[in-house]
Design a protein around this ligand. Structure first.
Ligand code: GTP
Ligand code: SPV
Ligand code: MN
Length: 597
């Protein structure tokens, strides 16, 4: 095989696969990604020369770049994402499925000669700290420099990975091909450790270490190997005495993980010495530790975060992380300063700017009802930032053993129904609470926005096998953890009749985290309600915020009528998931219905 530089492995299994993929896609050149600075710099220069990247103001945003995707390629496409197990029932009713033989054949046609005139980059990467018991390894083949530069930020990629590659590595093939949306496919073959992605250039579809590997393939591996891969942030909450407790939280896409993971405590708490450390903002891999607790790592190495709404007040830590070495995708380009802007960054939109499509943009045309066509930045525009550039990155970030989890928190966007916070009765009930999660859809995936849909454990788009089996795995794990985390549910998104959020959210969410940890420590009481334990008003600290006692009562109230309506929807969802829904969860549902009266 004609590599331009030295292969980073001698493993024949790996090399044979690369050869096979290269003979299919037929690139002009094949380059191993060492991720040395000189190589990356040459790639950045090349991408700038073709317009794939734009170099931003070196003084204001050192080593930062702007990229625009195709206009029809701005989010994950769930309708074109497939789990290709040999038996359809193993993918389950929630996932799209194509027979693997048929799928390989169909995509082979699309990959055929797709890299003629292009370079194939061979990216060896690790999810997790190299050598850690948690870590897994992969190779992504891609014809996109944008993908290479993002993968180098988002994963531990490059020459050090070579020696870890063996028969167990995850095979990822990506080609932009022609970016044809009608032939766009994001396909997973969990039984073959294989991911094939074609005709897209958008993050979640093409950075194969992220959703494709670290969630879809990893959830399948975790089921077989006895661990869990979850769509969860991991944060550490440090008390004035220096003790740090860790929380993992699963919220659907664009529902506040990055914001919570990097929270800055309100003055009331920061003055006392409380602090939040960010271990991860999107994905957690969890294993039972020797001490009987559940331990978690963040398998990623960077953040692929939602840009709009990120500002000095909402998330100063994320903003700081984007000030150097970052890649911005589909944001607004301020031509006067050669910097970037997005809705919600500040009240001063650039006057001489290009919108996310690269068109001349007049900020006065902005219309909230038609964001896609009138905003400067796309609602799902993103920054790719180096985790270590975040001021609150946890000192445990690189710890190969991870951190012990005290609480698991589920949450979604619900204008009504879900209270600010409640606690499940036990692990089984907590699994049930996760299974009935629902949230309003966001711009992170193609399709309608603001529609309530069930999104169990925030994993609906990311479970690599049958959803019922996934729930059974949760129940199974509960039996294997002698000292399991307590399980909670939160909702920062309750609104009043005019649609305004009634909880201030962001940093103030610390007040809810304090109750959660007090519950874990047995230091707070709670009301037993039909849905779980709910705080007494007196136990949510409102000092220093403008939330009235009535509003708090409203936030903590349980509207029996809307819960009863929800029950019907849950039943429909359970029958959609099908006959692998565990009996235990059906019993939990019956018990909830009974408690609601
Ligand atoms: P993915 O990266 O897509 O998985 O999403 P994420 O869960 O990390 O989402 P992120 O933290 O980027 O949240 C994005 C959206 O949620 C933005 O519009 C934020 O303004 C909004 N948001 C986050 N936290 C809060 C909150 O506490 N209250 C309110 N009202 N909005 C919030
Ligand atoms: C999400 O959609 O949940 C993300 C962004 O975290 S992406 O990587 O594009 O899937
Ligand atoms: Mn996500």
């Amino acid at each position: 095989m004609k590599f331009e530089n030295k292969a980073l492995t001698e493993n024949k299994y790996v090399l044979d696969w690369i050869e096979e993929m290269a003979s299919l896609t037929n690139p002009d050149r094949i380059v191993w990604i060492t991720a040395r600075e000189d190589q990356l710099e040459a790639l950045r220069k090349e991408a700038c020369s073709t317009g794939e990247l734009t170099k931003l103001n070196e003084e204001l945003l050192p080593n930062c770049y702007l990229h625009r995707t195709a206009v029809n390629d701005v989010a994950r496409v769930e309708a074109r994402t497939f789990i290709c197990t040999r038996k359809k029932e193993d993918a389950g009713n929630i996932n799209n499925w194509i027979d693997p033989v048929e799928c390989y054949a169909r995509l082979t046609k699309l990959y055929k000669n797709s890299m003629v005139g292009r370079t194939m980059y061979v990216i060896p990467y690790a999810m997790g700290q190299l050598g850690s018991q948690f870590a897994k390894y992969g190779v992504e083949l891609t014809d996109s420099i944008y993908v290479v530069l993002n993968m180098v930020i988002m994963t531990r990629a490059g020459e050090a990975v070579g020696k870890y590659l063996d028969e167990n590595f995850i095979k990822g093939l990506h080609s932009k091909a022609t970016l044809d949306p009608d032939n766009r496919y994001i396909c997973h073959f969990p039984e073959d450790n294989t991911i094939w992605s074609v005709n897209s250039g958008y993050g979640g579809n093409v950075l194969l270490g992220k959703k494709c590997f670290a969630l879809r393939i990893a959830s399948y591996l975790g089921k077989n190997e006895g661990w869990m891969a979850e769509h969860m942030l991991i944060l550490g909450l440090q008390s004035p005495d220096g003790v740090i407790k860790y929380i993992a939280a699963a919220f659907p896409s664009a529902c506040g993980k990055t914001n919570l993971a990097m929270l800055i405590p309100p003055e009331y708490y920061s003055k006392k010495g409380y602090k939040i450390w960010c271990v991860g903002d999107d994905i957690a891999w969890l294993r039972v530790g020797h001490d009987g607790r559940l331990w978690a790592i963040n398998p990623e190495n960077g953040f692929f975060g939602v840009a709009p709404g990120t500002n000095e007040h909402s998330n100063p830590n994320a903003l700081a992380a984007t000030k150097r070495d970052a890649i911005f995708t589909n944001v607004c380009h301020d031509l006067d300063n050669n910097t970037v802007w997005w809705e919600g960054l500040n009240d001063d939109p650039p006057k001489n700017a290009l919108n996310w499509k690269g068109e001349k943009w007049d900020y006065r045309s902005y219309d909230k009802a038609d964001k896609i066509n009138t905003s400067g930045a796309h609602p799902n525009s993103r920054f790719t930032a180096v985790a270590k550039n975040c001021p609150c990155v946890s000192p445990e970030f690189d710890n190969p053993d991870g951190v012990p989890i005290s609480a698991i928190v589920f949450g979604g966007r619900r204008a009504k129904t879900a209270p600010l916070v409640y606690q499940s009765f036990d692990w089984q009930h907590g699994t049930f609470v996760g299974s009935i999660m629902a949230s309003e859809t966001t711009a992170a995936a193609a399709g309608a926005i603001g529609v309530v849909r069930r999104d169990p454990m925030a994993m609906r788009p990311f479970v690599g096998y049958d959803m019922g089996d996934y729930w059974a795995h949760w129940l199974e794990m509960g039996k294997k953890i002698p000292d399991p985390p307590k399980i909670f549910h939160v909702n920062w998104f309750r609104t009043d009749d005019e649609g305004h959020f009634i909880w201030p959210g962001f940093g103030e969410n610390m007040r809810v985290l304090m109750w959660i940890l007090a519950r874990c420590d047995g230091k707070a009481e709670a009301k037993k309600t039909p849905i779980g334990y709910v705080p007494y008003e007196k136990d949510i600290n409102l000092e220093g915020i403008d939330v009235s006692d009535e509003t708090l009562t409203e936030l903590l109230s349980i509207d029996t009528a809307s819960w009863k309506e929800d029950i019907e929807n849950i039943k429909e969802f359970y029958s959609l998931v099908g006959d692998r829904v565990p009996e235990e969860l059906k019993e939990e549902l019956k018990a909830l219905e009974k408690r609601l009266g």
